[in-house]
Design a protein. Structure first.
Length: 377
């Protein structure tokens, strides 16, 4: 069996998706199968995947609706004798196939890493004419794609599954619910927690509107005004970074905020944090939260999407309202000023991750899905 994974998502650093695909490569190789991964751009971290998979670059992925991507992909699948297609991240990929290749017969999986934007109320308000039109036309194309192209959906959160079913984008029997996974680091790797002279609030995420760094910066400004001595370290890069850097200067907190930039292995940063914060306004199933919990860090995250499926407020972390700097600041203050609370939540978070499936378990489930759909089960 030869599997082709197709991703438009190719940031400067690989992050959690690389770890998942590396695990998938190990399992497919162990079972005697072949894995090929296609990206739109070449990145240095793709070398990490070459031990157990082949990497190909398809520039047409960047603009699949207008670049001749379906024809190119069809040629590749024929040449490589692909048995299963597995799409990630960008729904225009299977959409373009549905619109241009009506007779597509190759077993195809679509992996939902985020909820569909058209079905998120605050991004596509159904009360507005524009929102109604977006939802209507997105629904028409989604249903057409589901019936013509997609054999199975993989959903990483219950919220995504419920949105797809409720809006008739697919049916329950076509969805595999499979959350992200992380490997739990050994205690010996967690050697710096709570040892900073000045407590460090850390966040790991690309700088995009979805991540809402502005709320985190404004919350940190509130902490600063309250006289709470701490630093904020931001790991990642992206289009909104210049605005956030300018905002920190305007608020007079730039001496307390460190922009770490791109880190080849972001997980190395967790042991340098005292608290982890995520201020996103929508997510799929954020790997950074799972990784931070695996390092025993106390978590503050927004109460959105799938996050409450893992983080239980007051039990293994703290949840706050999205786009509410004061609520976020209050939660951070609790953790920075109450060491017993921080320790309890951090230990509970690590226990949560220890009880969940590993990366190898995740990869086994994906390969089982490949085997089932190839057999027509």
């Amino acid at each position: 069996m030869h599997i082709l994974n197709v991703l438009r998502y190719a940031p400067d650093f690989g992050g959690g998706i690389v770890k998942h695909l590396a695990a998938l490569g190990r399992i497919t190789t162990a079972k005697g199968y072949k894995l090929t991964i296609a990206y739109g751009n070449q990145r240095h971290w793709q070398d990490e995947l070459k031990t157990n998979s082949d990497i190909i670059i398809i520039p047409e992925i960047e603009n699949p609706l207008w670049s001749g991507f379906p024809k190119k992909l069809k040629e590749i699948c024929k040449t490589l004798k692909i048995d299963v297609l597995h799409f990630h991240f960008y729904f225009a990929l299977p959409f373009s196939l549905a619109m241009l290749l009506h007779s597509w017969k190759l077993p195809t999986i679509y992996h939902w890493h985020n909820p569909p934007r058209a079905l998120i109320a605050h991004l596509t308000p159904v009360k507005t004419l524009k929102g109604k039109l977006i939802r209507f036309f997105s629904g028409v194309v989604a249903r057409f794609t589901d019936r013509r192209v997609i054999t199975k959906h993989v959903s990483m959160s219950r919220e995504i599954s419920e949105l797809l079913i409720k809006n008739d984008w697919t049916v329950k029997d076509k969805i595999l619910f499979l959350p992200n996974a992380v490997d739990v680091p050994s205690i010996s790797r967690i050697n710096k927690l709570n040892k900073n002279i000045v407590p460090v609030i850390g966040s790991v995420s690309n700088f995009r509107p979805q991540k809402d760094h502005e709320t985190l910066i404004r919350a940190f400004k509130i902490l600063f005004d309250w006289g709470i001595n701490s630093e904020l370290w931001l790991v990642g890069d992206g289009p909104t970074r210049p605005f956030i850097e300018r905002l920190t200067r305007e608020l007079g907190i730039d001496s307390k905020v460190r922009f770490i930039g791109t880190v080849l292995n972001p997980s190395e940063m967790y042991s340098q944090f005292d608290v982890f914060a995520l201020s996103s306004n929508y997510e799929g199933h954020p790997l950074v939260v799972l990784e931070a919990m695996s390092y025993g860090l106390p978590i503050v995250a927004t109460k959105i999407s799938s996050i409450p499926e893992t983080v239980i407020d007051g039990v293994n972390g703290l949840l706050v309202k999205p786009k509410d700097p004061e609520d976020l600041a209050l939660a951070l203050k609790k953790l920075l000023t109450d060491q017993s609370l921080s320790k309890r939540l951090g230990e509970a978070g690590r226990n949560t991750i220890e009880e969940q499936p590993s990366l190898e378990d995740w990869a086994e489930r994906i390969v089982e899905l490949y085997e089932h759909i190839v057999k027509g089960e």
